[in-house]
Design a binder for this molecule. Structure first.
Ligand SMILES: Cc1cc2nc3c(=O)[nH]c(=O)nc-3n(C[C@H](O)[C@H](O)[C@H](O)COP(=O)(O)OP(=O)(O)OC[C@H]3O[C@@H](n4cnc5c(N)ncnc54)[C@H](O)[C@@H]3O)c2cc1C
Length: 332
């Protein structure tokens, strides 16, 4: 630890709304807080961006959290609404962290602009309290960034950090009960944001997931242009179902309309780091690799032995996917 360790720094983690519990991405940001603790002494507060009781309860179970701040009322969770509200809270904090998800990437730059601070995006490691690592050039190189800014606003590449452990997972029906679990966190209500008139939510359609969530799945099967059509992409779903896997895709497959764009893996899609990633009919362009190169084991199925995906694959199968996939599905 450096001399930074002598002073207590205050860290605010902005929790993105989650469908259930705290959400994996938020837990991974808390994993990043644990990594930051190696370099300084810190106090961590969490702030909720919606009025979810389930998330309040889950937040109270996180170890080493001082306060869980929640809004008394929340008109909506738009970045335009949240940024000025969070800017008022920011004074008290030295570090503000959020997941590098579409929510975080939308919100943090707005907050940084209001605070006149340069945000640092996609942090994957802490060299010290003021020096961070982040991928550049679609993950082809890692930059070390030093900042002298007093307030450090960071988006966290969640796949780079293990999810923080939470305390007891006791299911409680009231906040009061939750607050007497193993955690020492205080639940603090604060005034919610003012309604803004620039943007408003007209309606919300949530994707119904029949399979594991792509960003946090242990196994991912992704298909590319090699599938040739939306109907053929059914082979990828069938293989994924056999493996209990999430389904991803290359941008070429998304652009061709085989699948929805929230399934895109890569530089301009989702970043995944599963234990097993199976790439089917995907060439392995650098922009695709940027989203999956952290996977523990990569399997590639491609009929071109020179496809770049084989350079990052642990296991490569050179063959026609229309022969290989049905056989594989049948044998599993
Ligand atoms: C700014 C920018 C951002 C980008 N962001 C992303 C991103 O986030 N994610 C992303 O994926 N791409 C991204 N791209 C696009 C990227 O450069 C590639 O064009 C894209 O990844 C290619 O997708 P693909 O591998 O499915 O298609 P292709 O490159 O066309 O590869 C198809 C592969 O399928 C194989 N194949 C064909 N038929 C068969 C068969 N019968 N059996 C087995 N194999 C077969 C071929 O040999 C080939 O290797 C981005 C590009 C730019 C410029």
């Amino acid at each position: 630890m450096s001399s930074d360790a002598l002073a207590i720094r205050k860290v605010l983690v902005i929790l993105e709304p989650a469908d259930s519990g705290l959400g994996v991405a938020n837990l991974q940001v808390l994993g990043a807080v644990t990594a930051l603790r190696q370099h300084l002494t810190l106090e961590c507060d969490l702030v909720l961006c919606d009025s979810s009781i389930a998330q309040q309860q889950a937040a109270l179970l996180v170890a080493q959290v001082k306060q869980v701040l929640y809004p008394e009322a929340m008109p909506d969770s738009l970045a335009e609404t949240l940024a000025p509200w969070l800017a008022k809270l920011a004074d008290a904090y030295d570090y503000i962290l959020i997941a590098s998800s579409s929510f975080g990437k939308n919100l943090l730059p707005r907050l940084a602009a209001l605070l006149d601070t340069q945000p640092i995006s996609d942090v994957i490691a802490f060299d010290s309290a003021t020096r961070f690592k982040r991928p550049v050039y679609a993950g082809s190189a890692i930059a070390s960034v030093t900042t002298e800014q007093t307030k450090k606003l960071l988006t966290i590449r969640t796949s780079a950090f293990p999810a923080a452990a939470t305390g007891s997972s006791i299911v409680t029906s009231s906040i009061a009960t939750a607050s007497i679990t193993t955690s020492t966190a205080q639940l603090v209500s604060i005034a919610g944001p003012a309604t803004q008139h620039l943007s408003r939510v007209i309606s919300e359609e949530k994707a119904v997931l029949e399979r594991p969530e792509l960003a946090s799945a242990r196994v991912v099967v992704s298909g590319g242009r090699g599938l040739q059509s939306k109907d053929n992409f059914g082979l990828v779903y069938r293989l994924a179902d056999k493996l209990g896997a999430a389904v991803g895709a290359s941008r070429a497959a998304v652009d061709a309309g085989f699948v929805a764009n929230d399934m895109q893996v890569g530089q301009t899609g989702k970043v995944v780091a599963p234990e097993l990633y199976i790439a089917v009919g995907i060439s392995g362009a650098v922009q695709h690799l940027a989203g999956m190169s952290e996977s523990r084991v990569v399997v590639a199925i491609n009929n071109d032995p020179d496809a770049p995906i084989f350079q990052v694959a642990d296991y490569g199968l050179v063959g026609d996917l229309f022969d290989v996939l049905p056989e594989l599905i049948e044998r599993l």
